[in-house]
Design a binder for this molecule. Sequence first.
Ligand code: AMP
Length: 249
Amino acid sequence: MKILVPVKRVVDYNVKVRVKSDNSGVELAGVKMSINPFDEIAVEEAVRLREAGTAAEVVVVSCGTAAAQETLRGALAMGADRAILVETDAELQPLAVARLLKAVAEREQPTLVICGKQAIDDDANQTGQMLAGLLGWAQATFASKLVPDGGKARVTREIDGGLETIELSLPAVVTADLRLNEPRYATLPNIMKAKKKPLDVLPAAGLGVDVAPRLRQVRHAEPAARKGGVKVADVAELVNKLRNEAKAI
Ligand code: AMP
């Protein structure tokens, strides 16, 4: 079984994101970028399945600029076997990414695609679902457990108020939630080994896919600044403030 894991290069989750002064987007100049955290979980799951003998190969793929090679090398250092960069300087929205990934899936013929449940930059939570729709494959989103078994996979999903377990026919697209696993840190020897693993660059233009944006981003704004807190002397003062100032009770 071959597993394809799409990984996105995003602003590192520790960075305090700043909106550009003209509100046209987010400041990316000089900002630390990393693999999308849910994609790191997806890579970990795929590598564990290969280590368990369930999968034979883990291929990671990223759509974006040449800088995403660094992100792919990180995934290779975690244990992926091979990487593909679908290279483009175009701004990619989820539908465009799903179409590019469909083209890659048709070439690679994976049995399973494990995406992250959402990219922490645009928070779209769309790409995996669109990819499954375009391929006509089964999908299971927000997976917290994934057990492939023959031509099927059993997936436990995180839903409001509990867990749901569903069975899918393979091939399928699964999107990884936070509790699926705890990703490993890449060790120095594995970082060195990753430099020699194959990384193919496919120009997006050669895939015959329409990547034109369908949505226009109108405006970006910082969240409203929070007011500082106050210390209260006792419970009575707290209740008084909640009742008469905040009017919360
Ligand atoms: P989104 O729909 O943008 O929230 O992204 C959901 C998932 O789709 C991510 O966690 C990745 O697995 C995948 N994905 C999104 N954008 C890209 C990209 N540019 N390259 C590769 N995978 C991506």
